[in-house]
Write a protein that binds this ligand. Structure first.
Ligand SMILES: *Cc1c(COP(=O)(O)O)cnc(C)c1O
Length: 345
């Protein structure tokens, strides 16, 4: 059966160029600073995002955790969105492992957080309060349907953070999707941030890994945090090599994923029982609601699954479909037709 896997962009398998680069990779013990391929990836990532240094980490979750551990000590507070991946999907790791107190604020449907609310949440000097140390944003925003925050929002939040002596971290798991969707250099989105995590293993197609970037001093400290969470890897050049291919060959083509997401979204938007605001489809994620007297969201997902079209029910009435480089325009059309048939349209 032809499988159209739209569960996530994490399902992407390494390209032939990646497998070749992995085979050829020059390696060494990276904890001892000996792996030239890891170093090349870290330098490349830093340069792409206009930062001084980079740090190769095992996952996006690890990258965010390391950044929070580096910016905050025990009892310090981080302001973040109540729909943030870091708040919802990372086991509260920064609390569990770092004693960091989360201050979740409502995410608006476009992934942003109201600036006045954010400013009001910054703690004053009072012995009763934790100390606010950090603001984090997410771009693109996963639970907000891949919503893209523009450069102006990044700048405004950066200014607010810095005015109050706070650091600003970006969970940019899909930062390059945001840059491609906005047609801006990723540097512009990263410029207001003190640290950024982005994933190589999602739409960019690498099998493993994320990169943290920031100032040289920040990355030096983050390297310590990486070691304490068990993230010091040895001949990691084998996987970093695929990351280099991801960064150099797989960024521009994200535009195809966005076009295919839109194509799928346009194909299902008019189907009775499907609720979808097309304006919400800004990158490679389509989140729609199933509101039908006899077909539940899970039933729709199950019917599609049997036809080799894989999506996820993500709670409530919501279903998520994510395009990636294995999903073609024809696949997007076929998936949309299958939704129409399943809904009895
Ligand atoms: C996937 C994701 C992460 C975590 O990445 P993993 O590599 O799966 O740990 C973090 N933030 C966002 C927004 C994500 O989508």
């Amino acid at each position: 059966m032809h499988i159209i896997d739209m569960r996530s962009d994490t399902v992407t398998k390494p390209t032939p160029a990646m497998r070749q680069a992995m085979y050829d990779a020059e390696v060494g013990d990276d904890v001892l600073g000996d792996d030239p391929t890891v170093q090349r990836l870290e330098e490349l990532a830093a340069a792409r995002l206009g930062k001084e240094a980079g740090l190769f980490v095992a996952s996006g979750t690890m990258g965010n955790l390391i950044c929070l551990l580096t910016h905050c000590g025990r009892g310090d507070e981080v302001i973040l969105g109540d729909q943030a991946h870091t708040y919802i999907y990372e086991q509260g790791g920064s609390s569990a492992l770092g004693g960091i107190h989360p201050r979740p604020l409502p995410n608006r449907p476009d992934g942003s957080i109201d600036l006045a609310t954010m400013e009001a949440a910054i703690r004053g000097a009072d012995i009763h309060f934790p100390r606010t140390k950090l603001i984090t944003l997410e771009n693109t925003h996963n639970r907000c349907g891949g919503a893209v925050l523009p450069v102006s929002t990044m700048q405004a939040v950066g200014e607010l953070a810095h005015k109050h002596g706070l650091a600003f971290h970006l969970d940019g798991a899909r930062l390059f999707n945001a840059a491609v969707a906005l047609d801006v250099d990723a540097k512009e989105l990263a410029a207001p941030c003190d640290s950024v995590t982005f994933c190589l293993s999602k739409g960019l197609g690498a099998p493993v890994g994320s990169v943290v970037v920031g100032s040289r001093a920040f990355v030096e400290e983050a390297r310590r945090s990486r070691k304490v969470v068990g993230g010091g890897m040895r001949q990691a050049g084998v996987i970093a090599a695929a990351g280099i291919v991801a960064l150099t060959q797989m960024v521009e083509r994200l535009a195809d994923d966005h076009a295919n997401a839109r194509r799928f979204a346009e194909g299902i938007a008019g189907i009775p029982g499907i609720a979808l605001d097309l304006a919400s489809v800004q990158s490679n994620i389509v989140i729609f609601e199933v509101d039908h007297p006899t077909v539940s969201p899970q039933q729709l997902v199950d019917v599609l699954w049997q036809q080799g079209i894989w999506t996820f029910a993500i709670g409530g009435k919501r279903v998520r479909a994510v395009t990636n480089y294995h999903v073609t325009a024809e696949d997007a059309d076929m998936a949309a037709r299958a939704v129409a048939t399943a809904m009895g349209a």
